[in-house]
Ligand binder design. Structure first.
Ligand code: NAD
Length: 297
C-alpha cells in the first residue's frame, strides 16, 4: 500500500483515482476546480486543499490534467508539486502533453531530488473505469520498476518506452494513426454512400480484410455496425474532437522539432479544426464523417 497524492479528477483522473483506492492505496486527491473536487464522492480518499497539501506525506504523486500548460502550472509553480514534494517522492504524469514539456518538467524534478515518469495512457474512459488502460512510460528503469506495481492498479499493459519524454512520444505516434484513421474511415463510408454501396458490406469486408483496425472495430462512424460505437448515440463522447485536435497538434509540433514529415497529420488537423468550428468540438472524433458528408439535405 502506498500513500498517493492524486491531482486532476476529470473524466479520466476520477476513475483512475477510484481504482487506486480499490487497489488498497491511501489517496489524497486534489483538483483546482472545486466542482470537480466536490464530485469525487469516494470517502475512502482524503481531499487536499492545495497542490502542496496533496504532495504532503505522499510517496508517489499521480497527475491527470489536460495539457502541457496545466502540467507546468501543477509541477513548476510556487507551491507546486515539485516545490512541495519530499525528496525521493516519485512523480507520475499521466496527462497527454508535448515531449519537450515532459522532458523539461522531469529535468526540474531531478534537480529537486525527485524521480519522474511521463506515463500517458490509452484506452479512454472505459479503460480508466475498468482499470484496463495501456500506460506508456518515459524515464529511468529504476523509477519505472518502482512505479509499475502502482500503475498496475490503473492499467493492464504497462510499458517502459525509454527515457523521459518517450511515453509521450509513443502516445502521440499512436494518436496520429488513430486520428488519421478516423478521417480515412469517414472518407470511405461517405464514398460508399455516394456510390450506393451498403455500409454493412463495406464494414464486413474491411473488418476481415486489409483495412481492418481497432478504430473500425470500436468507433465505426456509421451506426448499427459496432455495439459500443459513439455513432450509435449521436457521437456523444468522453474523448472529443477537441482532444483529438490537441493530440494531432502535439504530433505536428514534434514533427517540426525533429524534422519528421507529418503530411497526414496536417490534413487531419485542418479537417478536425473545420469540424470543431462547425459544431463538432465536443463530439467523439469519429463524428468527422459529418464534415465529410456535408449538411443533410
Ligand atoms: P478533464 O478536463 O476531464 O479533466 C482534467 C482535470 O484536471 C479537470 O478536472 C481540471 O480541473 C483538472 N486540472 C487542470 N489543471 C489543474 C491543476 N493545475 N491542478 C489541479 N487540477 C487541475 O480531462 P480528461 O478527459 O480527464 O483528460 C486528461 C488527460 O488525459 C488529457 O491530457 C487527455 O488528452 C488525456 N486522455 C484523455 C482521454 C479521454 O478519453 N478523455 C483518453 C486518453 C488520454
Amino acid at each position: 500500500m502506498a500513500r498517493i497524492g492524486f491531482v486532476g479528477l476529470g473524466r479520466m483522473g476520477g476513475p483512475m483515482a477510484r481504482n487506486l483506492l480499490k487497489a488498497g492505496h491511501a489517496l489524497k486527491v486534489y483538483d483546482n476546480d472545486p466542482a470537480a473536487l466536490a464530485r469525487f464522492d469516494d470517502n475512502r480518499a482524503e481531499k487536499a486543499r492545495s497542490l502542496a497539501d496533496a504532495a504532503a506525506g505522499a510517496e508517489l504523486i499521480v497527475s491527470m490534467v489536460p495539457a502541457g500548460s496545466n502540467v507546468r502550472e501543477a509541477y513548476l509553480g510556487q507551491g507546486g508539486l515539485i516545490a512541495s514534494a519530499a525528496k525521493g517522492t516519485v512523480l507520475l504524469d499521466c496527462s497527454t502533453i508535448d515531449v519537450a514539456t515532459a522532458k523539461e518538467v522531469a529535468a526540474r524534478a531531478r534537480e529537486a531530488g525527485l524521480a519522474m515518469l511521463d506515463a500517458p495512457v490509452t484506452g479512454g474512459v472505459p479503460g480508466a473505469v475498468n482499470g484496463t488502460l495501456t500506460i506508456m512510460c518515459g524515464g529511468d528503469a529504476a523509477t519505472f520498476a518502482k512505479a509499475k506495481p502502482i500503475l498496475a492498479g490503473m492499467g493492464r499493459n504497462i510499458l517502459h518506452a525509454g527515457e523521459s519524454g518517450m511515453g509521450q512520444a509513443v502516445k502521440i505516434c499512436n494518436n496520429l494513426v488513430s486520428g488519421s484513421t478516423m478521417v480515412l474511415l469517414g472518407e470511405a463510408f461517405t464514398l460508399a454512400e455516394k456510390l450506393g454501396l451498403s455500409a454493412r458490406t463495406l464494414f464486413e469486408v474491411m473488418s476481415t480484410g486489409t483495412a481492418n483496425s481497432w478504430i473500425l472495430n470500436h468507433l465505426c462512424p456509421v451506426p448499427g455496425m459496432v455495439a459500443e460505437a459513439p455513432a450509435n448515440r449521436e457521437f456523444q463522447a468522453n474523448f472529443t474532437s477537441t482532444l483529438m485536435l490537441k493530440d494531432l497538434r502535439l504530433a505536428q509540433s514534434a514533427g517540426e522539432r525533429s524534422g519528421a514529415p507529418t503530411p497526414m497529420v496536417a490534413t487531419a488537423i485542418s479537417l478536425f479544426q473545420l469540424h470543431a468550428n462547425s459544431g463538432g468540438a465536443d463530439l467523439d472524433p469519429s463524428s468527422i464523417i459529418q464534415l465529410l458528408r456535408g449538411p443533410a439535405r
